[in-house]
Design a protein around this ligand. Structure first.
Ligand code: UTP
Length: 287
């Protein structure tokens, strides 16, 4: 079954990027010349998603504004004859419908995803993309997981190998190898203390989940940090229906923290030959 709908939870406070995020949502931080949220929406479009549910919060209206067609800008660009730029800034809005749902308090990632239930419904699988996580891969991360869902019939989530000491920043898992990059999960722990993770595999922000997960989230009590944790609901899903962890192909950047945001910018800039040449020369003067 093709995955037609996606949820992008973006109602968090972005405290790790303060003071940059006092007045500007972290999802609007640029990755070279486009905001991170646009890179995520482009990933959705590239795998055939038709409807995105953006979970939004207070003071983050810029996320919605970004996908508006701005007639003022359109008129100016048309007058200036900048047809190519005009097309570049308007084409995404024509490729996908974006519905915004308000999470009126940041009660946790599980709660944020549950806010999409009235739009998505319980009957079809859907993708979840956390906009903090950029994955630079030949096959988009969401496409990799959609393939796992299609071939196994089980919910799928993205895994990376977590360096020693970083376990308290991830949901950590362990499972039985299914061949290739897949593991049928049997344990999931949200942000365990260092040294207590069940393996070196940690969850990053891409999922393809069955609609039934909404029922599990609705039944989840507040967990770590008093938040409704998606991981806790995924444990219930794993026990009843099975969940597959897929070790991502590609490189993942955590743009929700300062170093990761800078690394992502450097890596994406180096893909542009003109920028790459200039940056290489500049970096040589620094290091
Ligand atoms: P994070 O915990 O990484 O995001 O949540 P945050 O809270 O914005 O960041 P810091 O830690 O304060 O810097 C992962 C994702 O889940 C969303 C966030 O927007 C982010 O994309 N989220 C989290 C929600 O939408 N609602 C919540 O209640 C919690």
């Amino acid at each position: 079954m093709p995955i037609r709908k996606a949820v992008i939870p973006a109602a968090g406070l972005g405290t790790r990027l303060l003071p940059a995020t006092k007045a500007v949502p972290k999802e609007m931080m640029p990755i070279v010349n486009k905001p991170a949220i646009q890179v995520i929406v482009e990933e959705c479009v590239s795998v055939g998603i038709e409807l995105i549910v953006l979970i939004n919060g207070r003071y983050k209206g810029a996320l919605e504004d970004h996908f508006d067609v701005s007639y003022e800008v359109q008129d100016v660009l048309a007058l200036q004859g900048k047809a190519e730029l005009l097309d570049r800034i308007t084409h995404l809005s024509q490729m996908v419908d974006i519905v915004s749902v308000r999470q009126n308090r940041p009660l946790g990632l599980g709660h944020a995803v549950l806010c999409a239930r009235p739009v998505i419904g319980d009957q079809e699988p859907f993708a979840v993309l956390l906009p903090d996580d950029l994955v630079d891969a030949e096959q988009p991360a969401t496409g990799q997981l959609a393939k796992v869902y299609d071939e196994t019939g089980m919910g799928a989530l993205a895994l990376v190998e977590v360096p020693p000491g970083h376990e308290p920043m991830y949901g950590m898992v362990a499972g039985d190898p299914m061949g290739g990059r897949r593991h049928r999960l049997r344990t999931m722990v949200e942000k365990p203390p260092a040294g207590q993770a069940p393996s070196n595999l940690g969850i990053v922000g891409r999922y393809v989940l069955p609609g039934s997960v909404f029922g599990h989230i609705a039944a989840t009590a507040p967990g770590k940090g008093g938040e409704i944790q998606l991981t806790d609901a995924l444990v219930a899903l794993m026990e009843r229906e099975g969940v597959v962890g897929h070790l991502l192909e590609g490189r993942r950047y955590d743009t929700g923290e300062v170093a990761g945001l800078i690394e992502a910018n450097l890596a994406y800039a180096m893909k542009d030959p003109v920028l790459a040449e200039r940056l290489r020369a500049f970096m040589r003067t620094l290091v």
